[in-house]
Design a protein. Structure first.
Length: 123
């Protein structure tokens, strides 16, 4: 059985900066190579995330310590990598905490910054 048409894998600017911030070029390359696996059947790879990251998936890579977080749109056959980095429990700079910040700022595809009225100044 052959897989369906390929997906285009696109790294967001934020995810690319996270990748560039990793000092070891071998790890950078392994993360990038892992993201290329998402060209086929991204819905069957990675683990669906919950709570603040619902709608995104996490792909384990580089000895199970690093993660590539992504979302995909089957209508346009595109995978968007939104974050990549080290998973460290209870650390402020682990990949899941950074991804939540990206989402809150409205910088992640598939999620929009909550729309609301801007607060009015009292006179």
């Amino acid at each position: 059985m052959t897989p369906g048409p390929r997906y285009e894998v696109v790294w967001t600017e934020t995810a690319f900066r996270m990748l560039a911030g990793i000092g070891d070029r071998r790890i950078q390359q392994q993360l990038f190579d892992a993201s290329r696996r998402l060209e086929t059947e991204p819905e069957k790879q990675g683990k669906p995330l919950r709570e603040g990251l619902m709608g995104f998936r996490s792909l384990r890579t580089v000895g199970q310590r690093y993660r590539v977080l992504y979302t995909f749109d089957p209508a346009v056959r595109q995978v968007s990598v939104v974050a990549a980095g080290l998973r460290r429990a209870d650390a402020r700079d682990h990949v899941y905490a950074l991804a939540q910040k990206v989402i809150r700022l409205g910088l992640a595809p598939g999620r929009q910054k909550p729309a609301g009225k801007s607060p009015r100044k009292k006179k």
